[in-house]
Design a protein around this ligand. Structure first.
Ligand code: SF4
Length: 334
């Protein structure tokens, strides 16, 4: 095995923070090389140690759909992609039922996701109702547009434990969102006591190693409960579809590299969409999805691309993981 690569991987495993150049060298490895498999092996070991051997499944409910003016090229809701032509908000009863179904199936955290178009006040009200009805103490997490400190405090008050938020690849270039706004939101969330979940996303063949490394570092510096990597899912007929999509083996390699680039104090390492290879290579968090979904072209992803909790559990077990019962350990209030 290449001595330098082994040294980089062992350096991270032994607790030191990797430099950009070192992370880049990990990304550059051939995905079928001895070094890449050693990377996956150590990432898996590090992930297992960071979560006491228990992987998690988080369940997300998309509460609305319709054209969104932020126009992120990879998203089915982008107005310019012309997939969804009318605004639609699911009924509160339906959203609640989907959240409770995910909880009952064993999800360790429940997320409510909205497009940037949804009114903040309506979202807060949904959150309050869902939080009141959850039965097992699993944390409620918001996945919404950028927000101010006052809005972060309102989310906390409404019963949200945390937020999922990411500085995406190509921010400001293939989206109308400035990276600076993402960073301000991280800060607002932290100040209001909301725990952050984040990851490097959405990754496609069009992204350079430099940009992937840059976003790994942005994520780790935000000190989230988990990082990880998600691939860009091609929405047919959109501008990015010409690039195609990364394969699961390449994604597993990136997930392993994110684990090594991220300090142990950050226990979670997610991957999306769920797959065995990623879980073997150190992903200890998978996602079940219901309702709307920016990677899907229908309102009910549970009947399309979205996996349910049972399927995520099957994947984790196939990859040799035990699955946590009860509330997530990645969203513990400090
Ligand atoms: S990713 Fe979010 S902000 Fe961007 S277009 Fe889709 S819904 Fe809007």
């Amino acid at each position: 095995m290449n001595k330098r690569v082994k040294e980089i991987i062992d350096k991270s495993y032994n607790g030191a923070l990797l430099e950009s150049q070192e992370i880049r060298e990990l990304l550059e490895l051939d995905i079928c090389s001895e070094e890449s498999f050693y990377l996956a092996y150590k990432a898996r070991q590090m992930s297992e140690e960071a979560c006491a051997g228990k992987a998690e499944i988080h369940g997300q409910v998309g509460v609305n759909s319709g054209p969104c003016s932020c126009n992120c090229a990879f998203c089915s809701f982008a107005a310019g992609n012309k997939i969804f032509n009318a605004q639609r908000i699911e009924s509160l009863e339906f959203i609640l039922q989907q959240a409770l179904d995910l909880e009952e199936a064993g999800a360790n955290a429940i997320y409510l996701m909205a497009t940037a178009h949804l009114n903040f006040q309506s979202f807060l009200e949904m959150g309050q109702v869902v939080q009141r009805e959850l039965r097992t103490g699993v944390p409620l997490i918001a996945n919404i547009a950028d927000f101010s400190y006052d809005e972060a405090a309102a989310l906390r008050k409404a019963g949200f434990t945390g937020v999922y938020h990411a500085a995406r690849l190509g921010e400001g270039k293939v989206t109308r969102i400035d990276l600076k706004d993402r960073l301000q939101t991280f800060e607002a969330a932290g100040k209001a006591g909301l725990i952050l979940g984040s990851c490097v996303e959405p990754i496609g063949p069009e992204h350079s190693h430099e940009e992937i490394v840059e976003k790994m570092i942005v994520a780790r510096e935000a000190k989230p409960g988990f990082s990880g990597a998600m691939r860009r899912v091609t929405i047919p007929g959109t501008s990015l579809s010409a690039h195609g999509m990364l394969g699961e083996t390449r994604m597993a390699h990136i997930v392993a590299a994110v684990r090594m680039a991220t300090p142990r104090e950050i226990p979670g390492n997610c991957t999306h969409e769920p797959n065995v290879m990623g879980a073997v290579a150190g992903a200890n968090l998978l996602w079940a999805e219901a309702g709307s979904n920016p990677r899907d072209v229908v309102d009910n992803t549970e009947k399309s691309r979205g996996y349910d909790v049972g399927k995520c559990r099957e994947i984790l077990v196939d990859a040799g993981w035990q699955v946590l019962n009860g509330p997530s350990k990645f969203f513990i209030t400090k």
